[in-house]
Each structure stands twice: as C-alpha cells, then as structure tokens.
Design a protein around this ligand. Structure first.
Ligand code: FAS
Ligand code: PHB
Length: 395
C-alpha cells in the first residue's frame, strides 16, 4: 500500500502568492483553521519580481493582519505620478485632486512579510507540493490532493480557495461549460529591469512615445524598477543592459533622460500583457481569487491590489459563515468582486490604450491617442478621474 497522508482543515488555500498568503493570515487572525499548498519553494516565490504599488485598501488589509510594520517603516508614500509625452512631463497630483495617495512597497516584500507571519503563526504551509488536484468542490466534502517526498496527501476541507494564479490548477479544474472567459491579449509585453541605482525622479513616470511605452518606477531610493514596451515575441535574452538603457532613455523626456542613472541589471524579465476575467468566481465550495480569476495589464498597477481586494471579501464571507452562520458574504462573493474587478479592468485597459504604441494603429488612431493625452492633462476632471482609479476605487 503506497504511503498516504490525510489532513483536515476548514479552508484549503491553493497557492502562496500574495492572495493565498494574505487570505491565510486573515483567516488565522480570525481563528479559522486553514492550510496553504504551494507548488514552488519559498525562495522561488520570493524570486519573482512583480508589482510595486499598493493601494490604501491593500495597506489596510496588511494592517488588519498585523503585517504592516516594515511596510510603514520602508514603504514610500507617493502623492502623484507623472505622464511624459512629446518631451514634457505632466504631474497628476493625487493629493490635490482627491486627497489620497499610494504606497511604493514591492510585492516581493509583501510576500516576505506574509511568509514570516505565516511561519510565526505556526499554521501549516506546504511548499514544493507536486501534482496538486482539487476534488468534489461541487459537493459538500471537497478535498485537495498533492504529492510531497513520494507521499500522496489528501486534505479534507470545507472550502477551497483557488489562489494559484493565472496558470494554476484551480480555474483549470472547473468544467469549461461552467466558466465564461473574457480576454484581450495585447501585441506587446513589458521588459522589466531591476537595478540598484537611485530612481530617476521622486515619483513614477509613465512615458508614451511613438517607439513604445516606458515606465520609471522604484522599490526604494536606492533601487529602481524600469520597464520598456517590447513586441510580444521578444525574449529577455535578446536585451543587453546597454540596449535596455538606450531604449529607455530614448523614450523619456530630455530632463528625465539626462537624470537617468544606469547600472547593472539584477533582474531582467518580460511580462506579457493581457486583460482576462473568468466568471463566475465561485463553483460550489471552490472560490477563485486574484490572478486565478483575472489578469490586468500592469499599466494601472492593479494586479496585486485586486488580489488583496478579492481575499478581503472572501475572508469576510468565510468569517461571517463560521462566526455568525451567515452565508450572504459567500453567496455574494463573485458578484461583489466582479463589480470592482471590471472597473479595474476598464481602467487598466484605458491606461494601456492611452500610453502604448499599437503596431496596427493607423494615423487616425495615433491622432486620437494624442488628443486623449492632450485632453487629459488639460482637464482637472479628467485628471481627477485618473487619480481616483489609480489610488483605488472605494470597496
Ligand atoms: P500569483 O501568481 O502571484 O501567485 C500564485 C501562486 O500559486 C504562485 O506562488 C504559484 O507558484 C502557485 N501555484 C500555481 N499553480 C499551482 C498549483 N497547481 N498548486 C499549488 N500552487 C500553485 N501587478 C502589478 O500591479 N504591477 C506589476 O508590475 C506586475 N507585474 C507582473 C509581472 C508578471 C511576470 C506577472 C505574472 C504578474 C505581474 N503583476 C503585476 C501581477 C501580479 O502582481 C499579480 O497580480 C499578483 O501576483 C497576484 O497574486 P496572486 O493572485 O497571489 O497570484
Ligand atoms: C512596479 O513598480 O513594478 C510597477 C509600478 C506601477 C505599475 C506597474 C509596475 O503600473
């Protein structure tokens, strides 16, 4: 008889990215038993360089779980962003327009803090789980199976949270006829570079240029994160640091181009851009959250923040179920999340359409894009609309 392990928990969480770890921490502080199953090692998860901007909702979620100390120490408050086009920069002043701001704190650091909290809580987390599979989530006795060190384990649970990202097993486990997919794949990606160099400016610069989009971001005042738009067929290996810096500099306004301090890349990768939503987000006792359910192009800095928003709704629904025998939060989960997700999808699509160079755009489309930018920076109402979406719409 092959060795077999059996475990029981209330909520089985598949995936230890920001969604899975944050949900695990929210449930733990509420006293609800949960187990996280992650297919990669902790180091691998930490090695993925992704988002950098936190909305106040995400900050509040980390505060609620007692995981915001380092964020408040090291995070950078940003009161606006700049748009660069036609050789000039235009500041969008969040503070003046809507009295709110965002925090610069890398997703890697959020993940690191949540991993440390998980370890301190003593709640179980399984890394390097192989062959993860979901079972009977359309019934009343769902379970998750995985293999680890040659042993097959079965986790009996009451709910499964599919927090395993775009390529995970959770959404894939739902029969095709039960899902409706909405998708737009863009003909370009973002080549990103991390460098231990001081940021080119105090705030983020989103640059629109006929040759392509560029973004100047940061992780701290000594570590910068830069992106340039590249064709979706590009490979990071085709880009030397020198080629990257030359391309970035060519797409910035003269002041930023002159101020740019380059250095060796410590990470270089290409992220494909797509808009994607899977509806609904609940299948019996399986709930999808984060990238497992939706993807946005990173132009609106929404991906990580949407994941946090989903798991806040899911945690509140599960807490109400267990503590007040109230199923309403869980029954409304999908509809509540999707209302906010689609507004973020719209904003992320709009920012991407506004700032990127589309290879199939004709001269009319390019003029409309230019007029959109000119109107935006000349209209307080338009700037206020960008500001309220960028810092995060109310939940
Ligand atoms: P994640 O993908 O982060 O986490 C899912 C976890 O599930 C992973 O650890 C994975 O290993 C695990 N998993 C997968 N399959 C599994 C299985 N079968 N069993 C168990 N575990 C499994 N957002 C921004 O706001 N700004 C950005 O600049 C930005 N850049 C990005 C770059 C890239 C390359 C990618 C892919 C995404 C980027 N995003 C960005 C979006 C990103 O930040 C996501 O929104 C965020 O990671 C979502 O978190 P999760 O939903 O937890 O998914
Ligand atoms: C980042 O710092 O990685 C970042 C910031 C803003 C975005 C996307 C990525 O819109």
């Amino acid at each position: 008889m092959a060795p077999h392990g059996t475990h029981a928990t209330r909520v089985a969480i598949v995936g230890a990215g920001p969604a899975g770890l944050l949900l695990g921490q929210l449930l733990t502080v509420a006293g609800i038993d949960n187990l996280i199953i992650e297919q990669r090692s902790a180091d691998y998860v930490l090695g993925r360089i992704r988002a950098g901007i936190l909305e106040c909702t995400t900050v509040e979620a980390l505060e609620r779980t007692g995981v915001a100390a380092r964020l408040h120490e090291e995070g950078l408050k940003h009161h606006g962003i700049e748009l660069s086009f036609n050789g000039t920069r235009h500041r969008i002043d969040f503070h003046a327009l809507i009295g709110r701001d965002v925090t610069v704190y890398g997703q890697t650091e959020v993940t690191r803090d949540l991993m440390a909290a998980r370890q301190a809580s003593g709640m179980p987390i399984v890394y390097e789980a192989e062959s993860v599979s979901l079972h009977e989530f359309d019934g009343s006795r769902p379970s998750v199976q995985y293999r680890k060190d040659g042993v097959t384990h079965t986790v009996q649970c009451e709910f499964i949270a599919g927090c395993d990202g775009f390529h995970g097993v959770s959404r894939a486990s739902v029969p095709e006829p039960s899902k409706q997919i909405f998708e737009r794949v863009y003909p370009f990606g973002w080549l990103g570079v991390l460098s231990d160099t001081p940021p080119v400016a105090d705030e983020l610069i989103y640059a629109s240029h006929p040759d392509g989009f560029a973004l100047c971001s940061m992780r701290s005042m000594t570590r910068s994160r830069y992106y340039v738009q590249v064709p979706s067929t590009e490979k990071a290996g085709n880009w030397s640091d020198e080629r990257f810096w030359k391309t970035l500099r060519s797409r910035l306004d003269p002041e930023a181009a002159d101020a740019l301090i380059t250095g060796p890349s410590i990470e270089k990768s290409i992220a494909p851009l797509r808009s994607f939503v899977c509806e609904p987000m609940r299948y019996g006792r399986l709930f999808l959250a984060g990238d497992a359910a939706h993807i946005v192009p990173p132009t609106g800095a929404k991906g990580l923040n949407l994941a946090a928003s989903d798991v806040l709704y899911l945690a509140d629904g599960l807490i109400a179920h267990y503590q007040e025998h109230d199923a309403n939060g869980l029954d409304q989960y999908s509809e509540t999340c999707l209302r906010r997700i689609w507004k973020a999808e719209r904003f992320s699509w709009w920012m991407t359409s506004l700032l990127h160079s589309f290879p199939d755009a004709d001269v009319f489309a390019r003029r409309i894009q230019q007029a959109e930018l000119d109107y935006l920076v000349g209209s307080e109402a338009a700037c206020r609309s960008l500001a309220e979406n960028y810092v995060g719409l109310p939940r």
